[in-house]
Design a protein around this ligand. Structure first.
Ligand SMILES: *[C@@H]1O[C@H](CO)[C@@H](O)[C@H](O)[C@H]1NC(C)=O
Ligand SMILES: *[C@@H]1O[C@H](CO)[C@@H](O)[C@H](O)[C@H]1NC(C)=O
Ligand SMILES: *[C@@H]1O[C@H](CO)[C@@H](O)[C@H](O)[C@H]1NC(C)=O
Ligand SMILES: *[C@@H]1O[C@H](CO)[C@@H](O)[C@H](O)[C@H]1NC(C)=O
Ligand SMILES: *[C@@H]1O[C@H](CO)[C@@H](O)[C@H](O)[C@H]1NC(C)=O
Ligand SMILES: *[C@@H]1O[C@H](CO)[C@@H](O)[C@H](O)[C@H]1NC(C)=O
Length: 387
């Protein structure tokens, strides 16, 4: 009986997931948009590839270099092939992809499921097969697919995003497919068969409130994340300057526990030591990249204190727990009851602080995080002691 159950479960999963072999864990890398917007060119992309290696970010797992909007300028009137902007990208995208690959990294591009991109460059609608073919020829590894200027197509999101999915598949090259329809059609509920990740939210901006807005919405869809298909509350703002280091540490903690893509959005050529420390914390990254791929979520909200507890399971049977003080001005303490984590009041666990890289000892039944500063977190790994 059990055997048949697992066969059925297996079938179910393979039908559901996009079958390109990619996205077993959330994607990690860098994207040009949050810092540079449209002001990009091949020099800045090459320097960023170099910087990812020089800073140790590549070694920490950030391996995609993704060029966002504004790399394309027009279509060849005869062949309809997409033409890179001759000012910013005079050497062409194949040469840029080669450079990125020569540094041991992967190369991503951006397009749009409408008639033009958000910045008014040519969209892929109606040209999906031609564009996908060219991407594969250029050895592109990743496509972020936006949703601007799609009204004139009169086509649904489903139809437009599936057309590009199929076009990418027809190239025979595994290309990570990152869908960006801003959560409009609740993609978490049905994009598993369409893309490797799907945006659940509007664009992030570099403020505390925008970061919270996005991760709170994203949390509603926690149960739909799994290997090969993850919720995407948008890219990281760490290093861009709009939040405090404490808030950026919270940003990194929440994105990691939520199995969100970790796509750096700052100028890594000029990154501060403090931002680098946040982005390269190997114990926090290990939570994000845990092979179980289960999205951690809010398990307790204390409205009086404006505090929350987030938690999720890890592959080794332990749990990751975040004690989060959302309050604007005061430090607070947060009590974690092990019964809230699926254990019981006599369970004894070892607790490790992932930001301090420090074992805090054994705790029975509960744990209190003391003095969590305003907008701050403690990020903990809790492992039951086998008695
Ligand atoms: C294309 O789709 C088929 C069927 O889902 C799958 O087996 C194959 O691996 C896919 N190929 C690529 C390159 O994504
Ligand atoms: C390339 O882009 C960077 C970042 O916007 C800019 O500082 C630089 O001047 C640009 N270089 C060229 C040659 O356009
Ligand atoms: C979309 O629909 C409008 C109004 O129904 C029509 O005028 C237009 O030609 C349609 N566009 C396409 C690309 O089919
Ligand atoms: C480098 O970063 C510092 C702050 O960390 C900033 O003041 C400076 O303007 C940046 N330089 C460039 C070239 O972006
Ligand atoms: C509590 O959990 C421990 C394991 O963590 C288990 O050995 C014990 O039987 C449980 N006690 C109750 C009352 O469920
Ligand atoms: C927390 O655990 C301690 C010792 O294990 C116990 O004395 C205390 O009553 C517990 N507190 C709560 C609120 O359960």
């Amino acid at each position: 009986m059990l055997f048949f159950f697992f066969i059925l479960l297996g079938l179910f999963n393979s039908i559901l997931s996009l079958d390109n072999g990619l996205g077993k864990t959330p994607q990690m890398g860098w994207n040009s948009w949050n810092h540079f917007g449209c002001n990009i060119n091949e020099t800045v992309i090459r320097q960023t590839a170099d910087a990812l290696i020089a800073t140790g970010l590549a070694k920490a797992g950030y391996n995609y270099i993704n060029v966002d909007d504004c790399w394309a300028s027009s279509r060849d009137p005869q062949t309809k092939f997409i033409i890179p902007d001759p000012n910013g990208f005079p050497s062409g995208m194949a040469s840029l992809a080669d450079y990125v690959h020569s540094r041991g990294l992967l190369f991503g591009l951006y397009s749009d499921a409408g008639i033009s991109t958000c910045a008014g460059r040519p969209g892929s609608y109606g040209y999906e097969e031609i564009d996908a073919h060219i991407y594969a020829q250029w050895k592109v590894d990743y496509l972020k697919y936006d949703n601007c200027n799609s009204k004139p197509t009169n086509k649904t999101i489903k139809e437009r995003y599936e057309r590009m999915r199929d076009a990418l598949n027809h190239t025979g090259r595994p290309i990570f497919y990152s869908a960006c329809e801003w959560g409009e059609m609740l993609p978490a509920l049905w994009f598993r068969s369409v893309a490797n990740s799907w945006r659940t939210t509007p664009d992030i901006i570099d403020t505390w409130l925008s970061m919270l807005f996005n991760i709170d919405i994203n949390d509603l869809f926690a149960d739909y994340a799994a290997p090969h298909g993850f919720n995407d509350p948008d890219m990281l703002e760490i290093g861009n300057g709009g939040m405090t280091l404490n808030e950026y540490r919270t940003h990194m903690s929440l994105w990691s526990i939520a199995k969100s893509p970790l796509l750096i959005g700052c100028d890594v050529r000029n990154i501060s030591k403090e931002s680098l420390e946040i982005l390269t914390n190997s114990e926090v990254i290990a939570v994000n990249q845990d092979p179980l791929g289960v999205q951690g979520k809010k398990i307790r909200i204390d409205l009086d204190h404006d505090t929350e507890i987030w938690a999720g399971p890890l592959v080794d049977g332990s749990k990751v727990v975040i004690t989060f003080n959302r309050a604007d001005n005061i430090a607070d303490k947060i009590l974690v009851l092990f019964t809230d984590l699926g254990w019981n009041s006599t369970t004894t666990v070892n607790i490790r602080d992932l930001w301090l890289h420090k074992d805090l000892g054994e705790f029975k039944g509960n744990y209190t995080a003391y003095n969590i500063e305003s907008h701050g977190v403690q990020m903990l790994k809790m492992t039951p002691v086998m008695l």
